[in-house]
Write a protein that binds this ligand. Structure first.
Ligand code: 3PG
Ligand code: MG
Length: 409
């Protein structure tokens, strides 16, 4: 893992700390429906308060496309943010740069917190504009990035800004990177990757990278249909990317070449339509009737993956194994989540999961707390699993001064 500074390495006492957070949380009818990202950010804010910093939280929210849009205001996040830090007051600046932001920041005393309006209300954010980054830098003395889940975006508050001020990773960023490193870069072996989701086409890079890293690859979800089809199995009306068959065969050949054992579904839960409580059958994958489709992996496959999990020491999980939003097609995902939780509790498995649907499935099963680590990231987690360099992580690593430049904090 690239070296980067943490809160322990920088002096923030009395200083204005620009804290890049990811407050891009799901909101329904003006109410935050999942506060996970806010709660996971809180320890960083608390640590900065403890050190008498003036904490200036900044984030994007939604995709307002470079101009102010009330629907994407961060103002409704003031109360949930305050709640997450034990009810402490959070001041709000209705613009993230300029006089209004300067006024709010100037009023902060050590240990106080302000939230700036949505960074994406300015075009310069997504354009990684040096001018916009300088306008942000004007507001702070130190930069802390705690937005791992936005680290795949080369935006001004993530990339350019990291080079303008002494920069460090926040506690959440640190935890995310530590977990992913433990899972893929220097894991306890053997390692199993559990990959699901609808489409092989969106996960080709991920599968290629993971095949080179892990000992066992278990595949579920509709993407497994494409692999089964590529190997000559008739799968009825199942979701399948037939034009991906060649790519799928290449992946399986790569796995053989790399000595990566691949577990594909051997049985499946099928139905005529995807609807809650619809009539289902559990059958071998080579017996799918013409008018039916695979909507979950079957119990034999679950048992087989469960047995494989008992033999490994590390798990990386991305993607649900069936159409989990529609019961009963959540059964395999929930059963395996329980198995993973049990092995993790027993100290036999280090388990790391991430990605929007995966996290939603774990939350629905009430098992989020029972894995070793569940990432707050969706897209950034996927890009990490593709072996890509994340601009937000690269910027922090590049911001570490060498002996010749000296410590700037
Ligand atoms: C996310 O929710 O995945 C991050 O906040 C990034 O958001 P974006 O996909 O709009 O850049
Ligand atoms: Mg996204």
């Amino acid at each position: 893992m690239a070296r980067f500074r943490t809160l322990d390495d920088i002096d923030v006492r009395g200083k204005r700390v620009l804290l890049r957070a990811d407050l891009n949380v799901p909101v329904k009818d003006g109410v935050v429906s999942d506060a996970t990202r806010i709660e996971r950010l809180a320890p960083t804010i608390e640590a900065l308060i403890e050190k008498d910093a003036k904490v200036i939280v900044m984030s994007h929210f939604g995709r307002p496309d470079g101009r102010p849009a009330p629907a994407y205001s961060l103002r409704p996040l003031v109360a949930p943010l305050s709640k997450a830090i034990c009810g402490r007051e959070v001041a709000f600046a209705s613009d993230c740069i300029g006089d209004e932001a300067k006024r709010v920041v100037a009023a902060l005393r050590p240990g106080q917190v302000a939230l700036l309006e949505n960074l994406r209300f300015h075009k310069g954010e997504e354009e990684n504009s040096p001018d916009f980054a300088r306008a942000l830098a004007d507001l702070g003395d130190v930069y802390v990035d705690d937005a791992f889940s936005a680290a795949h975006r080369a935006h001004a508050s993530i990339a350019a800004l990291a080079h303008l001020l002494p920069a460090a990773a926040g506690k959440l960023m640190e935890a995310e990177l530590a977990a992913l490193t433990a899972a893929l870069e220097s894991p306890a072996r053997p390692v199993l990757a559990l990959v699901g989701g609808a489409k092989v086409s969106t996960k080709l890079d991920l599968l290629r990278f993971v095949i080179g890293k892990v000992d066992v690859l278990a595949i579920g979800g509709a993407m497994a249909n494409t692999l089964l089809f590529a190997e000559g199995t008739e799968i009825g009306r199942s979701l399948c990317e037939r034009d991906m068959a060649d790519n799928a065969r290449k992946l399986l050949a790569l796995a053989r070449e790399r000595n990566c054992r691949v577990i594909l579904p051997q049985d499946a839960v099928v139905a005529v339509r995807l609807a809650p409580g619809t009539e289902t059958r559990t059958i071998p994958v080579d017996a799918v009737p013409d008018d039916m489709m695979i909507l979950d992996i079957g119990p034999k496959t679950v048992a087989r993956i469960g047995a494989a999990l008992e033999d490994v020491r590390t798990l990386v999980w991305n993607g649900p194994l069936g159409a989990f939003e529609t019961p009963p097609f959540d059964q395999a995902t929930v059963a395996l989540a329980k198995k993973v939780a049990e092995l993790t509790r027993a100290g036999k498995l280090l388990s790391v999961a991430g990605g929007g649907d995966t996290v939603a499935a774990l939350a629905a099963a009430g098992l989020t707390d029972q894995l070793s680590y569940v990432s707050t990231a969706g897209g950034a987690f996927l890009e990490w699993l593709e072996g890509r360099e994340l601009p937000g992580v690269a910027a922090l690593a590049a911001a570490v001064p060498t002996a010749s430049t000296g410590d700037v904090a």
